[in-house]
Design a protein around this ligand. Structure first.
Ligand code: MN
Length: 191
């Protein structure tokens, strides 16, 4: 199967000032495109050609795993945002967050702390297990909670390429601002 890069559900400048048009053009237009192009090259002859991308991530290793996971992670990340985002979750997810972390504010702090505490490049994740229990995890490079049997709900990219144009070295400021564009309807639908 040939993987393609979906168009974003918003204009390149629609997430400003949180994420600039220039960051979208580089991060989604160049970095993410390169992961998908590499995935399409590496999957030929790998024996994984006919698998769903999530299964490639669960089973592959090396360069194929890295590019498959990065291809998936970026689509998941960019499709978690909306110019009408922000606020807080409602419904079952809000209840689970309160039960697990004490409050929505506590959850946000723990999530940002996990992102700022990750040394080097990677991702911070909110995931659920098969019983609906919530977990915040951090992972280096192309890490994805799918390989731990978890279902991802939300991720923030903490590679420098995600924030260096807009925030320079201020990773914590970037992570704090992302809450303004999170589309909680999308996140809730994954729960
Ligand atoms: Mn990235």
């Amino acid at each position: 199967m040939t993987y393609s890069q979906p168009d974003l559900p918003y204009a390149n400048d629609a997430l400003e000032p949180v994420i600039s048009r220039e960051t979208i053009e580089y991060h989604y237009g160049k970095h993410e495109k390169a992961y998908i192009d590499n995935l399409n090259k590496l999957i030929v002859g790998s024996g994984f050609e006919d698998m769903e991308l999530e299964d490639v991530i669960r089973e592959a290793d090396g360069a194929l795993y890295n590019n498959a996971s990065q291809a998936w992670n970026h689509i998941f990340y960019f499709f978690s945002f909306s110019p009408e985002g922000g606020g807080r979750p409602t419904g079952r997810l809000a209840k689970a967050i309160d039960e697990t972390f004490g409050s929505f504010d506590n959850f946000k702090k723990a999530f940002v702390d996990a992102g700022t505490g990750l040394f080097g490049s990677g991702w911070v994740w909110l995931s659920r297990d098969n019983d609906g229990k919530l977990f915040i995890t951090q992972g280096s490079n192309a890490a994805n909670p799918l390989t731990d049997g978890l279902t991802p709900l939300l991720t923030f990219d903490v590679w420098e390429h995600a924030y260096y144009i807009d925030y320079r070295n201020a990773r914590a400021s970037y992570l704090d601002k992302l809450w303004d564009i999170v589309d909680w309807d999308v996140v809730e639908s994954r729960y």
